[in-house]
Design a protein around this ligand. Structure first.
Ligand code: MN
Length: 283
């Protein structure tokens, strides 16, 4: 199933080029009960909601994808986890340009560990990326986004994928420079997720997906998730050793080589096999 939030906050199912409005399945869904930290309410109830969504979608109003403004497919993550330096060729390009990339971090993800991005940075593709410091270099980092579906704490790698709700395209935008990574990657709009969540049953192996990013018709990033240094399952297990993962939590699983600067007016075209594609404008 492909699940999305769209337009002014409608819940949708995407199928055969159309978005079916299933917002009414949310009637009666309890939200905002203390202690407020049990994760995204739709993702945490997805298993029981799914048959209801399927049923409602059969008679729901629909509109074409091309006329739909996609928001982030996760509305309320408790955290966005970033996996740095997770493709060898990206590690090499960063090490070769230490004047652009910070010297604060060396080695691969295995030495650096994971990092966090503020959830206030999260947007969907229709909202675009707004450059906050036009005099500094802002780069795209094209990544597979993993959305946690079940509470996970101190879990093993072997059971990690059972805790995934689905996958989406992620852009881990960043201002290059010397400061701490989370500071430079948490700017408003610098975490893009979209265009929809593809449920995990449609992607049995997240470790073999082609992906690419192009700007102005020129391919800048193109790789396959099989080149990850730390697999999706190992990332989830490792993150869960440090903090409880809640439904809706997002992992941006690392970027491949080819990260490059964006300018106002650019449109980033992003593609991941089995997930889909999206366009994101830079303002
Ligand atoms: Mn990244």
């Amino acid at each position: 199933m492909r699940l999305c939030w769209f337009d002014d906050g409608r819940l949708g199912v995407v199928r055969e080029g159309q978005v079916f409005d299933v917002t009414r399945v949310l009637d009666g869904l309890r939200t905002d009960t203390y202690p407020f930290i049990s994760g995204d309410p739709v993702i945490s109830h997805l298993e029981e909601l799914r048959p209801v969504i399927e049923d409602v979608a059969r008679s729901a109003p629909a509109q074409p994808i091309s006329q739909t403004r996609f928001l982030s497919p996760v509305a309320r993550p408790t955290k966005i986890i970033g996996t740095p330096a997770n493709y060898l060729k990206h590690v090499e390009e960063a090490e070769a340009q230490s004047e652009v990339f910070t010297r604060r971090y060396v080695g691969s993800v295995l030495e650096q560990g994971l990092f966090l991005k503020a959830v206030s940075a999260l947007v969907g593709p229709s909202q675009g990326v707004r450059l906050r410091f036009p005099d500094r270099r802002t780069d795209h980092e094209m990544e597979l986004g993993v959305i946690i579906g079940r509470k996970a704490s101190q879990i093993d790698e072997a059971e990690a994928l059972d805790h995934v709700a689905g996958y989406a395209i992620a852009l881990d935008m960043v201002v290059r420079g010397p400061e701490d990574r989370s500071f430079r990657k948490s700017i408003d709009t610098y975490a893009v997720l979209g265009p929809w969540l593809v449920t995990a049953d449609e992607i049995p192996d997240p470790g073999n997906l082609e992906f690419s990013l192009s700007v102005g018709g020129k391919i800048r990033q193109h790789s396959n998730t099989r080149f990850m240094i730390l697999s999706v399952a190992r990332q989830i297990a490792w993150a869960s050793r440090f903090y409880t993962l809640w439904p809706g939590d997002i992992i941006m699983t690392g970027t491949c080589e080819g990260v490059a600067q964006v300018h106002p007016g650019d449109v980033m075209h992003c593609f991941i096999e089995r997930v889909g594609e999206m366009e994101v404008r830079v303002f």
